[in-house]
Each structure stands twice: as structure tokens, then as C-alpha cells.
Design a protein around this ligand. Sequence first.
Ligand code: XMP
Length: 310
Amino acid sequence: MNLKAFISDKIDEIKKTAGKEKTISALSGGVDSSACTVLAARALGANLKNIFIDDGLMREKEPESVRGIFKGLGIKVDIIDARDEFFAALEGQIDPEEKRKAFRHTFYSVFGKAVRQSGARFLVQGTIKADILETKGGVKTQHNILEQIGIDPDKGYGFKVIEPLKDLFKDEVRLVAKAVGLPREIHTRMPFPGPGLATRVVGEVTPARVALVRKATVIVEEEIARFKPFQAFAVLLNDQGTGVVGGKRRFGNIIVIRSVESTNALKAEPTNVPWAVLTRMAKRITTEISQVTRVVYELTPKPPATIEYI
Ligand code: XMP
């Protein structure tokens, strides 16, 4: 790929599509939406409004940290607090695909409202090739796929979508992100799914269960980051295991540690994490999060497993 040509072509394309219309960029702080936001900001300047939805499913301190990083690039980001809407939509949902669909509908409804309120016509989003391939191939309904599966966003939600990165894989997106000047912490960042920690909670997604997996995620990221895996995270199972805490029996939660190596997320292998690091994570998770009595390390490649648990 000729990076320079790709970037200037995409900027021209965004300019041509959006024209003088107001446009919104859906920023999550991941590498895909961050690269898209910079391309759109270069193309549209003051006609672009950048929105970060706080869905309550992000990692620790994510909204403030993303806003800070973009402020450093001279790009203003507005945060919409939609935590209640997302938790209400996810209440009682236990089926993985139903959870994704509930997330997707809430995601586009919240954006639809923001788009209408600001008089915008277009939504820029960081869909990439793997998202489309997996959704069309029937692996998972990725939250950011509409047009490709026959849903017209204009009819359903009142805007058109612009997807500048839809022909690229993650490793190519990283090159674009670096070339447009995004800092290292963004262009080398581990992928994080759109539905966030909801994909890492097996069973019902409640604020308390998300808070638990969020705490475990901090520990896993701190301990595994130096090995630079493609993706590493914690998962909360919908099952329990007996533990002894202070000499007493406790029936507590089970956390899975998942760390994988991959280039494009279509295939993945478990990371060869040193034993001492694995046992340290288990110790930290069970001592720092009192509701957890068991920690396991996942060994399954993709295929047959997928990277996320739902
Ligand atoms: P799986 O679990 O399908 O994940 O092996 C492949 C890559 O996609 C991410 N992923 C998602 N990303 N919406 C997203 O934006 C989703 O619903 C979704 N599900 C999985 C996953 O983190 C991995 O990088």
C-alpha cells in the first residue's frame, strides 16, 4: 500500500462525499476510529464534530484519556454519557448475538440523536475489512456493520455512513494511524471491540459485572503489556467456583485470562506467557478483587475458538 497516496485519496473522498454538510465522527479511542477521525478532521475541519460515547463498557478512565490524547492533537472531542441507555438495552440479555444487536441498536440510536441534534448528515466510522468479513461470513455480528448486511442507516437512524478504512486490515490501519501523526499509545494499541467489556462478560451484562471485569482487565494489561501481545484481556464467566478466603468457604467468580498473537484477527494463537507472570496475575486478581476465587488461562487458538468469549 502506498501510504501517502492512500491518505490523500481518503481525505479527498471524505471531502467529496460530505461536501459542506456537517459530519460526526464516532470516536472510541481505538486505532481504527482514531485514524478515521484524523482523516476526517483533515478533510472537513470545522464541519466535523467528534463524539465519544461513554457506554459504561469501556476500560478504566478511557473517556478522559481519549479526550486528553485528541486535545494534544488539536482535535476537540465531546463525550456523551449514555451509560444508562446501554445498560437498559443489555438488561436480561444473555445470548451473545442478541447482546451485540442490542449494543448495535443503542449505539446507532445514540448517534442518530446526536446527528439530528447537530444537523449533521454523515457519520464517519472506523469499520475495517475483518469486521465486514466476519459479519458477512456469519462468525459475529460486529456492531459497526449495517449497509453490508442490508440495513440502510439513513432509513433506520437518519444518517449516511462514511467508512474510509473498510478495505484495510488492522496492521495496515496501524501504518495509517502512525502516518497521520497519532501518538504511539494509539497506533500500537491493542484492539478493543466496539461493544467493549460486554464481549468479556459471559451472561448478563450489569454495571457490577462490568466493574468486576474492568478491574481484572487493568491487572492483565499491566502484567502482560510488556510482551506486546496482539490482544490480552480478562473475561468474566457466568459460572462460579469454590474458594477459601480467611479459612472460610466462598463461592466466587471465575476470571479467564486471554492473550493471543495474530496479525489480522482472522486467526490467532495463545501467547506463550511465562508461568511466573501467569501465577502473579492469578494472585493479584484473587487478592485485589475479593469476589473472584478462580483464575484460568485460555489455551485455545482461533479457530476453533474466537478471540473474544462471546
Ligand atoms: P473474534 O472474537 O471474532 O474477534 O475472534 C476478532 C477481532 O474483532 C474484535 N471483535 C469485535 N470488534 N465489534 C467490534 O468492533 C464486535 O462485536 C467484535 N467482536 C469481536 C475482537 O476484539 C478481535 O480483535
